[in-house]
Design a protein around this ligand. Structure first.
Ligand code: FPP
Length: 239
């Protein structure tokens, strides 16, 4: 297991969980079975972060605004899996003192999915040890457009002045403004692409791409990504 310095952990880690489809092809199973295997990695990574203790937030890219282009069969399987995961894991997550949040557009999600998501958020609202933030029907451009729209509405109604609009104000209008600054973004399956994920928040994050399909991702891979993050010298544009 790669060694990590527990005193300098990233406060906020985000993961683009890529490669479920390729893993499925490699194993001669359906894409749905690939996603199903990916849910096991979610469990392993949540556990590993919680165990590390000082990771304050873990954001997972579960379903993008572009994923609707996939076959109905696959989209349905992904949402079924999400509900199944929630039903299976919610009490565990709650026991671990993890607060669940979601980011993305609610429009377009079925009433059942919204009910499941709201139940999770409600059940875990007062937990404090870590935030598990799941991006569903999420797109970074949509998030930025939604923030601009919310700001425009406040200006129009007179509660916000033009002079008050700055980076800080903009940030306050993103989907999850209370999470710590994003420190580490991991993408699996060896791709080096942001795919419309957290474009605003990624400004100073370290990006680590690992050559492993998401369903094979386990604690040692997380440690490897954190070790790589710790090797890099973060200067935030200064010297
Ligand atoms: C990308 O692999 C993965 C997804 C689009 C979905 C990720 C969802 C899960 C792992 C389900 C469980 C999630 C939670 C939060 C319980 P891909 O299908 O794009 O893979 P490919 O590029 O190899 O085709």
């Amino acid at each position: 297991m790669p060694a990590v310095d527990r005193k300098h952990l990233p406060r906020h880690i985000a993961i683009i969980m890529d490669g479920n489809g390729r893993w499925a092809r490699q194993h001669g199973v359906s894409r749905a079975a690939g996603h199903e295997a990916g849910a096991k990695s979610v469990r392993a990574v949540v556990e590993a972060c919680r165990e590390l203790g000082r990771v304050e937030a873990l954001t997972l890219y579960a379903f993008s605004t572009e994923n609707w282009r996939r076959s109905k069969l696959e989209v349905d399987a992904l949402f079924r899996l999400l509900s199944k995961y929630i039903n299976l894991e919610l009490e565990n997550i709650h026991k671990e003192d993890i607060r669940v949040t979601f980011m993305g557009r609610r429009d377009g999600l079925s009433a059942r999915v919204i009910r499941d998501l709201d139940r999770c958020v409600e059940r875990t609202r007062t937990n404090r040890s870590m935030v598990l933030n799941v991006a569903i029907n999420y797109g970074a451009r949509a998030e930025i457009a939604d923030a601009a729209k919310a700001i425009a509405a406040e200006v129009k109604e007179g509660s916000l002045g033009l002079a008050q609009i700055d980076e800080h104000c903009f940030e306050r209008h993103l989907y999850q403004p209370d999470l710590p600054e994003l420190d580490l973004l991991i993408r699996t399956s060896g791709e080096v692409r942001l795919s419309n994920f957290m474009l605003w928040q990624v400004s100073y994050a370290e990006i680590v791409s690992l050559p492993v399909f998401w369903p094979d991702f386990r604690k040692p891979h997380l440690y490897e990504a954190i070790a790589e993050y710790q090797r890099r010298n973060r200067r935030f544009g200064g010297r």
